[in-house]
Design a protein around this ligand. Structure first.
Ligand code: CP3
Length: 348
């Protein structure tokens, strides 16, 4: 990466490289969204998918959130599941129910219905949203691109909706490893193309969200997931840090670390210091406040933020974040209180 670029020495990129920074950087997963009045107002007349396909509105939503919160990074406003549309799945965001896929992959024979993503063109609106967000952002603030990790996308494609036990996904994995692997490989190639396109359009880092992989045990993670995630991470443009986030199962952290990302995202089910020891101190960590803490009050938020900062113990390479996304019921003032507390308590 060119070290003359204006964002090269921002706290987030320094932390991602495990270099000492003037403060602990903070950004939040789902930092723009329904908990904000501006967003709800916009969504009154714009269906969610239409919003995601409108680069000007995507940029506006994220830039407004970043300004309101004072966070140290923006993430492109988009959704994990959009990549599945040009691969042949019919996606709907129904109100109340969350995302639905109308033609899920149910049998090994269905795997052929998942099309290879041959070019980035059908996702050009995301690339354009990256460009517009980068153009509107303060030069010193980095922009994060993102994609779903292959297991989480495969699980959506198979279950057809947010699930609980991932019964169908695991059954396919356990009974037809060939079909499951073919699906994971096709998704991995698409994800690599997609992330590199976001980087070319102006993203300084990329995050892989493996939101559902915590349902797997370590042996199955090693066999069926790790090789794919590793290949994606190896194929990302050199010098661009990858944040590899998973939730639900701290036993996977050492394996995530093996997959090779510069930064490993940690949820609240494990202490941050224990997580960092499991990951290795040569890597950066991101996390790990329980999002429910943001429903309490500024004093409790500050106390909990301090506990996490104390566990990081001033070691270079900590990016403050939640353990998962901001909940829709969160008061905006509480999020601002968290950002302010981390900036104050985490400055050197
Ligand atoms: O972080 C950000 O602010 C950037 C935007 C972003 C969205 N989705 C916008 C969104 C990001 C990074 C995502 C990722 C995403 N999408 C994940 C991974 C992160 C996680 O939470 O685990 C997942 C699993 C999805 C799939 C998804 N999209 C679900 C399950 C839902 C419905 C439930 C929910 O939380 O709303 C969505 C919809 C969605 N994605 C909304 C937003 C702002 C709400 C849409 C609306 O009703 O306005």
């Amino acid at each position: 990466m060119n070290d003359e670029l204006p964002w090269h020495d921002c706290p987030l990129l320094k932390a991602a490289r495990c270099e000492p920074a003037e403060r602990v950087p903070i950004w939040l997963m789902r930092q723009a969204g329904r908990y904000m009045a501006d967003y709800r107002r916009l969504r009154r007349d714009t269906p969610f998918l239409d919003l995601c396909k409108n680069p000007n509105l995507c940029a506006e939503v994220m830039l407004t959130a970043v300004e309101r919160l004072g966070v140290d990074a923006a993430i492109v406003f988009s959704d994990l599941l959009l990549i599945l549309e040009p691969m042949g799945l019919e996606l709907e965001f129904s109100t109340g129910e969350g995302p639905l896929l109308h033609n899920p992959i149910r049998e090994p024979g269905d795997v052929d219905r998942l099309r290879e993503l041959e070019s980035i063109e059908p996702l050009g609106f995301v690339v354009e949203a990256v460009r517009k967000t980068r153009a509107g952002l303060n030069n010193a603030l980095p922009l994060i691109g993102f994609a779903g990790a292959p297991f989480t996308l495969a699980a959506y494609a198979i279950e057809g909706r947010g699930g609980r036990d991932y019964r169908r996904t695991k059954t396919l994995m356990f009974t037809d490893a060939g079909a499951f692997n073919a699906m994971m490989s096709r998704l991995s190639r698409a994800i690599t193309l997609y992330l590199n396109a976001q980087i070319e359009a102006g993203a300084q880092l990329v995050q892989l969200f493996d939101s559902w992989v915590g349902c797997l045990g370590t042996d199955d993670y090693r066999r069926y997931v790790l090789p794919h995630t590793r290949r994606i991470i190896e194929s990302i443009a050199p010098g661009v840090p990858v944040i590899h986030f998973a939730t639900g199962n701290p036993a996977l952290l050492p394996l995530q670390s093996e997959a090779g990302a510069a930064v490993v995202g940690v949820d609240w089910r494990i202490r941050l210091d224990d997580a960092w020891a499991a990951i290795g101190h040569d890597k950066a960590v991101q996390g790990n406040l329980d999002p429910v803490v943001l429903l309490t009050n500024p004093a409790e938020i500050r106390r909990r933020a301090k506990e996490i900062l104390d566990q990081a113990a001033g070691r270079p390479g900590h990016i403050f974040n939640l353990g998962h996304g901001v909940l829709p019921q969160t008061p905006v003032e509480n999020v601002v209180a968290l950002v302010d507390a981390v900036h104050e308590l985490g400055s050197r």
